[in-house]
Write a protein that binds this ligand. Structure first.
Ligand code: SF4
Ligand code: SF4
Length: 268
């Protein structure tokens, strides 16, 4: 990172924009849920654009843009290019923005089938055949994972960008969090299928702490070893189709590489 988001000695607060694409708003709500911390941050920045929080809409340029949601329409593909052009730093927040979200299930189906099933007048709907992450359209400075994101990680990312340093968000897996809180491994002890070994930390390993497997809502960690994990899932009773469904839960396209390997039967 080359420096703080605010130009040095500019005498003004950094301007922050928060933008929504195809999403449920849950990640923006995480920002609002920061409560007292948000008030402290709000004193250090100018919130120039945040439709979820204010009808006072300012225009760019922005020192830092937080982007929630995936690109699912031609208009949104154009809009993210405009936002990128107006943003010194651009951070994507959540599974929709970093991996296409649940709505990327369409990527493995015919979107017109969904339209016919869901809408009384599908001819009114103009949509792309795929749901894609923001990084498929513009350069992204940092991707914050989760569905929804973790508020402590979000605060760390915002303060890091304001200070001009790298965000201290570890890239390791949920397994590390289980060890830290002393949770017995659900796969080793109980034969419960768990995506924790390949899932990005951030939630504090909530699910294994309550005796169930992780289903990957934080997306891939930095050190995924799916070829080692898939045989374990098979051992615990999952078919290849079960594995595919497991991987498709929240970050539908994020584990595409392992699916290709399954197709080619490269995995043990
Ligand atoms: S990542 Fe999850 S919580 Fe965030 S906007 Fe998408 S669906 Fe909602
Ligand atoms: S599914 Fe995995 S990443 Fe999501 S909350 Fe549960 S343990 Fe955490």
């Amino acid at each position: 990172m080359s420096g703080p988001v605010q130009p040095p000695n500019s005498g003004r607060r950094p301007r922050v924009g928060v933008f929504k694409f195809a999403s449920c708003d849950g990640c923006q709500l995480t920002l609002l849920d920061c409560e007292d911390d948000l008030l402290a941050i709000a004193e250090e920045i100018e919130v120039a654009h945040f439709l979820e929080a204010s009808s006072d809409v300012g225009c760019g340029p922005y020192d830092l843009s937080l982007v929630e949601g995936s690109v699912t329409t031609a208009e949104d593909a154009e809009r993210i290019r405009r936002i990128r052009a107006e943003s010194r730093r651009l951070v994507t927040i959540g599974a929709c923005a970093t991996a296409g979200g649940v709505q990327a299930l369409r990527n493995y189906a015919d979107v017109t089938d969904y339209l016919q099933t869901v809408y009384a007048r599908p001819d009114y709907i103009a949509t792309l055949a795929t749901s894609t992450p923001i990084s498929a359209h513009v350069p992204v400075d940092f991707e914050l994972r989760g569905c929804p994101i973790d508020r402590s990680q979000l605060l760390e990312v915002i303060t890091a960008f304001l200070a001009g340093r790298k965000p201290g968000v570890p890239n390791h897996s949920v397994c590390f969090s289980c060890k830290r809180r002393g949770t017995v491994c659900v796969t080793v002890a109980h034969g419960t299928p768990c995506l924790g070994p390949v899932t990005h930390a951030g939630c504090g390993a909530i699910c294994p702490a309550y005796g169930r497997g992780c289903y990957g809502c934080f997306g891939p960690s930095g050190t995924t070893n799916l070829p080692a994990l898939v045989p374990l899932m098979r051992r615990d009773g999952m078919s290849d189709e079960d594995v595919r469904r497991f991987l498709h839960t929240f970050n539908v396209t994020a584990f595409a590489a392992v699916e290709e390997a399954l197709e080619e039967e490269d995995l043990p």
